[in-house]
Write a protein of this length. Structure first.
Lengths: 243, 243
DNA sequence: GGAATAGTGTCTGTTAGACACTATCTA
DNA sequence: TAGATAGTGTCTAACAGACACTATTCC
């Protein structure tokens, strides 16, 4: 329940005279892990830090949550600033709240995962194009095993995000969120392979996702020579798999 | 990677002169949903609000996160205050960050789930015993379909928690966290039944959880008359099921 | 025709719900 | 012995990985 609670007059009077106490407060940011499939590889958007601390390290984009803005709205705003995309799949990941995460001040970060289709992306991400970069995720993960590249606790945040994606790919629609409206079976499989970082069999992906797909009636010629064209599919939004 | 990064001297100097700007900041609380099995029923700990707003409504216990305290530590502190338990299973649930959640001021709440064994609980929960109450969860959920009982957005938080527990019970160890060190198969099944709010078959629970259990060698006489005693088990902490 | 991928159908091992049946205890 | 729950074993349907085999395209 809970639709429009009737606020008793007594309570209304209390509220009129209430002023928030001046606690010593942490700052709150919304950080956003933007994933996209680019050139058949899963990529994540990172920005290079221009100043201290962690100067020249790469960081997950984020920004402070406004005092009258929901945390989710802050994440959407951040996404818009970085990718110029208004609507995208957005999911809260986890809240990272250790003191000393940021040596400057106490910051609590609510991390979000955004999945965007490369086709939706408009040009120029942000102002300084040179400071923003798409990293191929699996290459990055490998590199992180031996090198420190990410600022703050952002490596931990990235690993948390990957675990989430891997865990959810089989029973949710996240794979489709990374594809354009129309796609082939092979493209869909590539999303699975990139997220799970394994080789899969096209045939099993077909079977598992078929009920959620609609054949558009069109075929697409393949990049490869001597090859039968693929059926073009659309995601059936009305289908919900149990969970 | 990321163990002990060497902070360059240049960066250290920057930090020495950095002072956090005075942004207008939301307050952050750690709210904690404490679950326990009491009298064969899953219960949640709620406190009755003594003041406005939502006077006399029931609320999930919570408190402000200290400026030098991790959010998780704040949750542990809150748990200790309410139940007098030091160590318990604690898991971050979700962060609720809409403005107007609390009519007094902007509050962002990081919600945690705590699972405690009734046997570990010491007496007296908090100061005013009369203000703290254990609610049987499934009865409460039913009541919430027709009545507003919970303060703020706490009904939504509760539903999120229940979904999480139901989703994780089959592939994690949360059921065991609600039981004392030693327990019978029937007690374990009762945890499953309470969380899922369904009737299950003992025999299937036995099969599914067997690899994670250790038979203590002891038997326990049953409450019911004319009945064969149950084997007493312990949770095998070393066993990790894939996920 | 041959190379190459698209797509179908099937085999198999695993898993989860259901339940028949046996085991063991106490009044 | 009867009543009751403990616990074993098995049937079955759903599912997922593997792969044999067919289909279709272009050079």
């Amino acid at each position: 329940m809970r639709k429009d609670r009737i606020v008793p007059q007594e309570e209304q009077e209390f509220l009129n005279h209430y002023s928030p106490k001046d606690y010593d407060r942490p700052s709150v940011t919304a950080d956003i892990l933007v994933f996209s499939m680019i050139d058949k590889k899963l990529h994540i958007l990172l920005i290079k830090r221009k100043g201290h601390p962690y100067k020249d390290y790469w960081a997950i984009p984020g920004g402070f949550v406004g005092i009258n803005e929901s945390v989710e709205d802050a994440a959407y705003r951040e996404l818009k600033e970085e990718t110029n995309i208004d609507n995208a799949y957005l999911e809260q990941l986890y809240t990272f709240g250790n003191p000393n995460r940021d040596p400057r001040m106490r910051v609590i970060s609510v991390a979000y995962i955004a999945l965007v289709s490369a086709s939706k992306m408009k040009e120029s991400a942000g102002d300084d194009a040179s400071e923003v970069c798409w990293f191929p995720v699996n290459d990055l993960l490998e590199q992180l095993e031996t090198e420190d590249i990410l600022a703050f606790d952002h490596e931990e945040i990235l690993h948390t995000a990957i675990s989430r994606l891997r865990g959810k790919i089989h029973y949710t629609d996240i794979a489709f969120q990374l594809l354009p409206k129309e796609f082939t079976m092979r493209e869909l499989m590539e999303v699975y392979e990139e997220i799970l970082n394994t080789k899969l069999r096209l045939t099993n992906i077909i079977r598992d996702t078929a009920p959620r797909l609609i054949f558009t009636g069109e075929y697409r010629k393949n990049d490869v020579v001597h090859c039968r064209p693929s059926k073009v599919y659309t995601f059936n939004k009305d289908y919900f798999k149990k969970y």
